[in-house]
Write a protein that binds this ligand. Structure first.
Ligand code: AMP
Length: 202
């Protein structure tokens, strides 16, 4: 985001914002989405595609954007591919898959703690100075309801059945790179930048 001055669009963040909004959370669609998220299942493609379509009409997306956690099914991938070609955007879609092994992911997910302002800690790899308290503003850290081991197992099953085919979809298209996510943050960032530069010039 900082290097290119473009926004990150996380469908998970958008869905959590709806879930936590006292008014929006009341709709049947929102309460269905909440149930699915808490079970580690995907919310319906039509709902997610509509959220992405709306977000992409905002002016800060004109110069590009990072889609994070989307597309997660072949239907979503086909929808965004079609949407972008219909929009005749000059921005080519490039796909990056960050690969981390099962045990490491389990620790990242079950150890994750979040501050109300969105700062992310990990009790194993990046703990706050005082357990449960944000170093920066002293707020109380919380855990996402789907960051338990039981839901993690379901999320991994969902990934393997529904999202792994999306990786193959973009691998076949060529504008795709795989990055080793099991490195320090700076090394992962550099690997992403190198991949992006290579993909943008193809
Ligand atoms: P995330 O924050 O990306 O881990 O997403 C949290 C949860 O939100 C997922 O486990 C799904 O239930 C839902 N979700 C996020 N992005 C999508 C998507 N692209 N398609 C379907 N469900 C999604």
């Amino acid at each position: 985001m900082a290097r290119y001055g473009i926004p990150q669009i996380s469908t998970g963040d958008i869905l959590r914002a709806i879930k936590n909004d006292p008014v929006k959370a009341q709709t049947p669609k929102a309460s269905m989405a909440k149930d699915l998220m808490e079970q580690g299942l995907l919310v319906p493609d039509e709902l997610v595609n509509e959220l992405v379509a709306n977000r992409l009409t905002e002016p800060d997306t004109q110069r590009g954007y990072i889609l994070d956690g989307y597309p997660r099914t072949i239907n979503q991938a086909e929808w965004i591919d079609t949407h972008l070609s219909a929009a005749r955007t000059s921005l080519p879609l490039v796909a990056i898959s960050i690969v981390v092994d099962y045990e490491q992911l389990l620790h990242r997910i079950t150890g994750r703690r979040i501050s109300p302002a969105g700062r992310i800690y990990n009790i194993y790899s990046n703990p706050p100075a005082v357990p449960g308290i944000c170093d920066v503003d002293g707020s109380t850290l919380t855990q996402r309801p789907d960051d338990t081991e039981a839901v993690f197992i379901e999320r991994m099953k969902t990934f393997n059945t529904q999202t792994a085919p999306v990786v193959e979809h973009y691998r076949k298209q060529g504008r795709f790179r795989e990055i080793n996510g099991d490195q320090p943050v700076e090394a992962v960032s550099e690997a992403i930048m190198t991949a992006l530069q290579a993909l943008r010039s193809t």
